[in-house]
Design a protein. Sequence first.
Length: 390
Amino acid sequence: MQAEGEEYLDNTGELEPRDASTLSQDDIHSELQRYGLQATGHHANNVTALQEQYDDEFQKSQAGRNEYLEKRRKLDAARRKRAMYEAQHVEEMEALARNPKLEVWYNLAQDNQTPQDAWLNDLNRVTCRAVARVLQQNTSLLSLDLSRCNLGDEAGVHLAEMLRTNRRLLKLEAERNNFGPPTARAMGEALAVNNTLVFLSLECNPLTVSLVDGRENDFSGIEAIAEMLQKNTSLTTLNLFKCTLGMEGGRALRTHLAKNSSLVVLDVGDNSVGVGELGDIADMLDKNKDQRELSDRIRREQRKESQRVAEERRKQFEAERKAREEEEWHNEQARLREEARQKAKEDEVIAKIKADEEARKAEEFRKAEEARKAAEEAGKKKKKGKKKKK
């Protein structure tokens, strides 16, 4: 029994639709019945109806097979990529182990504990790849100089990939590293999405010379760098001194620099750039510089005004706070005075009650004494009267 879709395979393993016209009339009727269709009295109509079913089924089988093959291709590519990364990681760790100082720095980079500046002058193709990968998410390094390492395009492309995701590095110096068009293309594409880096130096790299076949005048990388200038808003200094730009490279930079407002330094010296292009580039850089100075002055004035407003608000807040504290103090003093007055009144009332009570007791005592004395007098008089009668 054939598996689903196998009836569409030819001898080469390619999918082919079934042909209803090759079947007998009985087979056509049987097939139509299998598809839930009623055969008619016209053979041609039956063949057409069955062929439509075959074609529809073939399209579904082909789509399913293509989807399966695409999934398998992606899986195989992922496996190969994972195996490549694992092999490269082992290669990188072994290379770092042979350079103890670089290995220590690499471990610091992993933990975001590097100093802000780094000068790595003993890199090779493998260790540069390790450094580029560890810096993709690093947040401690601000300036990196790896000039004069003769790294080549493989390392240059990895550095560009690092710039796609790193959002802390401000300065990259990569002079005299034998970078060619592949590195230039990768740098242009990376800096089109990186708006953190402010300084890039590619001085003395043959950016238009293919290092594979020695072919000159490959301006694809310079074109990518030039196009990047339309999108990048952070780069202020770009050093392309002695990078084999030529007339075409100069024209590309002039064309795209016209749509850039952040770059203020662009070194294209010793590149055989046309005099007209050099003049236009200088004018545009001066314009950007003037605009930047104006923007900086406006920002300074705005910052100064913000500080003034903040200081006024602080003083106002401080005055309001002092006024509230003073009002609260006066209210507290008034409350304490009122409490003192109330207490004095209460003490006066209590003292009066005590005085009245003492006066009442004294009066009662006086009256009692008077009564006692009167009684004693009366007793004495009575005794005298009895004596006289005797």
